[in-house]
Design a protein around this ligand. Structure first.
Ligand code: ADP
Ligand code: MG
Length: 728
């Protein structure tokens, strides 16, 4: 009965690290399979090259005839590198990437064939789109959706396919993917931030959002993973007793990387180099078999693409190493889960990081402007930020007694707190020359140029300032970064637009000097956004109480959190910035609610199946062994048998009790599912799954885990936590 488990263990123990050869320097292989600037110079006409560059810098549309030139150049390059197919590579709302390969190959009659790839095929493709989630945007009358080339993210070759990063929109142009709203948000933050940056430097003409994500993940041997139906189907364990040793000793974090894992990482990094994904850091994470990988930050759209691509590549490379990657936010109860910290900043085309303090008071005022505006944006939109990282799997992290809480707050460190406290005292109205000198010398001037090494770290904050960037730490490890990046950049854009308006009004109406106006507006922002700043322990209970007093949201479940995504405030924000229209917003909301309900439904079925098909039969089997034993004792000792079988009888009873609880729990859970499934309204159904179905998970699991401890290890069918986490 437990044969799969033992077979899997044997297989795992016999594995050897895959040998990895690296003959070339990484700097040489970097970007080899990317249609980047230097390749474009080589394969494109001057005119075609310039039009891609212009599209990149100013978003200028690429002319159709030019597109023909570009596609020809791209095809020549791709074929020379062994590619046979091309695909529009896009990110539908399923959460993974999508591709439909077409061959370059085409027949031209007379039994002849050529390789062809026209501008039309580069610019647009029409995947059979009806099976992607669309939240009712595409009704049957206009079932078509199409993908369109995003020239701001370079094409690349993966395997033998030329991949063209694309957006995915409905026939009417409504967004059906993650990238479209992201590009719109990035454009609005560019405009808004450029206008504000011009207060400090007239030469700025473009501001880019930058993103450096950190991807956490678990690696489990593929044989062990296959021995567990829950890992196979849900990507996490739905039951399993805690091992005697977990992560208490902190002996995994930053420890030496296990050799099989190191081979995997090197292989993965090789692929990343070819694809131009600038991965830099790798290490063991806190939990056993948990690891992390981080790249050098990039322009946000490219970084988002690279993270989506990486997750796909991670899965594929894992196959070669007999590993399964668990991206789930909480694959194992009782030990740390995984996140995907999003490090974010804004940077100008003059080479300035706007969230980095400078060497002069003016540079520091620029820093403070962007710093305080970001905090204000987070303050005003904390509930929407929380909503943007909501998912059934991230609910296990946020607010679940670990990792960032479901409360959004910013941490800025004691030094900057002091600076903001001082700025709060700035005079209302025009500043006297004395006060200005004073501020410049003693407040703004005191911000050290390199804060990076001076900032305190607070690992319990959901949105921490870390010296020259903010780190949105609450993002889940399975998330597509596009979502949090869309919202973050949009709220900052909106905030900067408002800021500029207020400053300009003070300059015009109150005849203030620019500096005075900026100080005045910032002072009010500091006061108004005080409540979002928290320097203490974000995991503590005290903070939950304090946050409630401050009126901050604490939405612990996805259905609850998602409400903020369709509030009037959100809709007017997105519509004002042209990031998403009402139809797109409501469609997405519907998709997310449906996805949530399906997620819990699937987990609930898996748990029911495992408990009934694996756990209960095993328990009965063991109980029968005990019964036989008791009978034997009775044969030998007659009426005196109870003296010698007291413990066995107790275990027999305990087993019956656990079986009873498990079985009735499953029956009730199925009833709750039936009720939930009958609800037409997606939100009501999501709440029903959350409030009425999910609570059974814990009780069913509790009794299964108790049985795991009682039953003979030899017949227990499910690979145990100890084995999943410590076998390599
Ligand atoms: P840690 O936060 O683990 O101490 P680092 O501060 O070195 O590590 O950086 C973590 C991540 O932040 C990296 O992926 C890095 O590329 C990214 N990062 C650094 N600077 C910026 C920036 N200006 N904008 C966006 N991301 C950045
Ligand atoms: Mg970090």
């Amino acid at each position: 009965m437990a044969t799969i488990r033992f077979q899997a263990l044997r297989e795992t123990l016999n594995r050897k690290p895959v040998e990895i050869h690296e003959d070339e320097r990484r700097s040489e292989t970097f970007g080899r399979n990317v249609f980047n600037t230097s390749v474009m110079r080589q394969f494109l006409t001057k005119e075609a090259y310039q039009s891609v560059v212009d599209a990149n810098i100013s978003g200028k549309k690429i002319d159709r005839t030019i597109a023909d030139h570009i596609s020809t150049g791209m095809k020549e390059w791709a074929i020379a590198k062994g590619a046979t197919h091309y695909t529009h590579w896009f990110q539908p709302l399923t959460g993974s990437t999508a591709e439909k390969h077409d061959a370059f190959f085409e027949t031209i009659g007379d039994g002849l064939a050529i390789e062809k790839f026209g501008g039309g095929a580069l610019v647009q493709q029409e995947p059979d789109a009806s099976s992607f989630p669309n939240g009712g945007i595409r009704n049957t009358f206009e079932a078509r959706g199409y993908t369109a080339w995003d020239p701001t993210s370079p094409a690349f070759i993966y395997g033998t396919t030329l991949c063209i990063p694309s957006v995915f929109v409905s026939y009417k142009g409504d967004a059906l993917d993650y990238k479209t709203p992201l590009l719109r948000a990035l454009q609005s933050v560019d405009h808004a931030a450029t206008a504000v940056a011009k207060y400090f430097d007239k030469n700025v003409t473009k501001v880019q959002a930058t993103l450096g994500w950190e991807q956490e993940y678990f690696l489990i041997d593929s044989a062990l993973a296959a021995s567990r139906p829950d890992i196979q189907l849900a990507g996490r364990t739905l039951l399993g007793h805690s091992p005697a040793k977990g992560q208490q000793l902190d002996d995994h974090y930053f420890g030496s990387i296990p050799s099989r894992v190191l081979s995997y990482m090197r292989d993965l990094e090789k692929e990343c180099m070819l694809l131009g994904v600038p991965v830099k850091t790798r290490h063991n994470e806190v939990a056993p078999n948990q690891f992390e990988l981080a790249p050098i930050f990039e322009e946000a759209n490219l970084a988002v693409d690279h993270n989506s691509l990486l997750m796909d590549v991670m899965n594929r490379v894992a196959e070669r190493h007999n590993f399964v990657v668990l991206f789930h936010e909480k694959p194992f109860a009782g030990i740390n889960g995984s996140g995907k910290h999003n490090n974010w900043s804004l940077s100008t085309d003059t080479g300035t990081n706007l969230l980095s303090p400078g060497s002069t008071p003016m540079k520091n005022l620029q820093f403070l402007t962007f710093f305080i505006n970001t905090i204000k944006a987070v303050h005003d939109n904390e509930e929407l930020l929380r909503a943007t990282i909501a998912s059934a799997s991230n609910d296990h992290r946020l607010g679940a007694n670990e990792a960032p809480p479901a409360i959004i707050s910013t941490f800025i460190g004691s030094q900057l707190t002091e600076v903001l406290d001082e700025l709060e005292k700035v005079t209302d109205g025009k500043l006297s020359p004395q006060e200005k000198t004073d501020i410049k010398l003693n407040v703004v001037g005191k911000i050290p140029e390199i804060l990076l090494d001076n900032t305190d770290r607070n690992r319990t904050s959901s949105f921490a300032f870390t010296g020259n960037k903010f780190e949105f730490r609450a993002v889940g490890s399975t998330a597509n970064c596009a979502q949090p990046m869309t919202v973050l950049n949009a709220i900052v854009a909106k905030q900067l637009i408002d800021f500029k308006k207020e400053v300009d009004e003070l300059i015009k109406n109150d005849k203030m000097k620019k500096d005075d106006a900026i100080f005045n507006v910032l002072r009010e922002y500091i006061k108004k956004s005080r409540d979002i700043r928290f320097e203490g322990d974000g995991y503590g209970e005290a903070w939950e109480k304090e946050a409630e007093k401050r009126g901050l949201s604490n939405n612990k479940t996805t259905p609850q959190a998602l409400k903020a995504k369709i509030s009037d405030k959100t809709i007017s924000l997105f519509e004002e910035l042209a990031v998403m229209n009402r139809v797109e917003i409501e469609a997405r909301h519907e998709i997310e609610l449906e996805e949530y309900a399906m997620h819990i439904q699937i987990e609930s079925r898996i748990l029911g199946d495992i408990a009934r098909n694996h756990v209960i039969p095993t328990a009965i089997r063991y109980q029968n062994i005990l019964i036989k034993n008791v009978r034997g004792l009775k044969d030998i000792y007659g009426d005196n048998f109870k003296t010698y079988s007291k413990e066995q009888l107790q275990i027999i009873e305990d087993i019956s009790l656990h079986i009873e609880k498990i079985n009735s729990g499953i029956t009730d859970m199925i009833e709750a599912r039936k009720v939930a499934n009958k609800l037409e309204d997606a939100e009501k159904r999501a709440f029903a799954y959350c409030d009425d179905v999910k609570p059974y998970f814990d009780t069913i699991r509790y009794h299964c885990d108790k049985l795991e401890l009682l039953i003979d290890d030899e017949i227990w069918p499910l690979t145990k936590y100890r084995e999943l986490l410590f076998t390599r």
